[in-house]
Design a binder for this molecule. Structure first.
Ligand SMILES: *[C@@H]1O[C@H](CO)[C@@H](O)[C@H](O)[C@H]1NC(C)=O
Ligand SMILES: *[C@@H]1O[C@H](CO)[C@@H](O)[C@H](O)[C@H]1NC(C)=O
Ligand SMILES: *[C@@H]1O[C@H](CO)[C@@H](O)[C@H](O)[C@H]1NC(C)=O
Length: 222
């Protein structure tokens, strides 16, 4: 069974929502979708518009990693961002068929154990796990998916909206971003609808590397 990740999370949150057989009938045909109709949600500080055409949309669920290694337990130093790691779930058709649900999904995903995604993957041969986001040895963000890949660098950012999820630590949501390609089959990436991922302001009482859980929606253009 192929179903959107947004839907998978909703099922995980409310497992008695409907029996699988009745879900199959009520669900819109998410596998057939016209991506030309999908529009990346506008950031509070507008990000430059995409120049390419939309290829793929994914929900990312993982961690933003930080270190206080160089300034352990210092109330006068800020944690340094050292990358991120996330599992990507295909949400292209959700971006077309149910954009509002997609926009809200990272906040829901953050409240769901990260292991739920793994469980979904094991249940299904072509399930919604669709790619991986990580930082390579050179410190560049990389997105590898079953539809294409890109290595990128930050190009523009916006703070998350005031209504954004506060994250598990209550510190807010990481900025929305536009990234541009430095290698790969895709040219532009947007990180939007962020939930969580923000580090404490200082390294007071923090000595080494640490992770802050986050989720976001990524839009890829070529
Ligand atoms: C997965 O992504 C591809 C490429 O964008 C798209 O054609 C396909 O319909 C997507 N599937 C779902 C379930 O969103
Ligand atoms: C972030 O943390 C994860 C989980 O421990 C780890 O697998 C990954 O290598 C870390 N990434 C970076 C860039 O530190
Ligand atoms: C956001 O963009 C500004 C201006 O280019 C830059 O100074 C800042 O470091 C960026 N912030 C993040 C979190 O990427």
């Amino acid at each position: 069974m192929r179903c959107s990740f947004a839907f998978a999370f909703l099922v995980a949150v409310a497992p008695t929502f409907a029996a699988p057989t009745s879900m199959e009938k009520r669900r819109p045909a998410l596998d057939v979708c016209d991506v030309t109709k999908a529009v990346v949600p506008p950031a509070p500080t507008p990000l430059p518009a995409p120049s390419g055409s939309l290829q793929y949309v994914a929900i990312g669920r993982g961690t933003q990693n930080y270190t206080c290694g160089a300034t352990p337990n210092s109330p006068n130093a800020a944690p340094k961002a050292i990358g991120a790691i996330a599992t990507l779930y295909n949400a292209t058709c959700a971006a077309v068929a149910a954009p509002q649900v997609l926009n809200d999904t990272p906040a829901i995903a953050l409240k769901t154990p990260a292991s739920v995604g793994v469980a979904v993957e094991k249940e299904s041969t072509d399930g919604p796990v669709s790619g991986h986001h990580y930082f390579n040895a050179a410190g560049s963000p990389v997105f590898e998916t079953e539809y294409g890949w890109v290595q990128a660098k930050a190009f523009a950012n916006s703070t998350a909206p005031p209504t954004a999820d506060k994250g598990k630590n209550g510190l807010g949501s990481v900025p929305w971003l536009k990234l541009v390609s430095t290698a790969g089959t895709w040219k532009e990436v947007y990180r939007v609808d962020t939930a969580g991922g923000v580090a404490p302001k200082t390294c007071a009482d923090i000595a080494g590397t640490f992770e802050v859980e986050y989720a976001a929606v990524y839009w890829f253009y070529a």
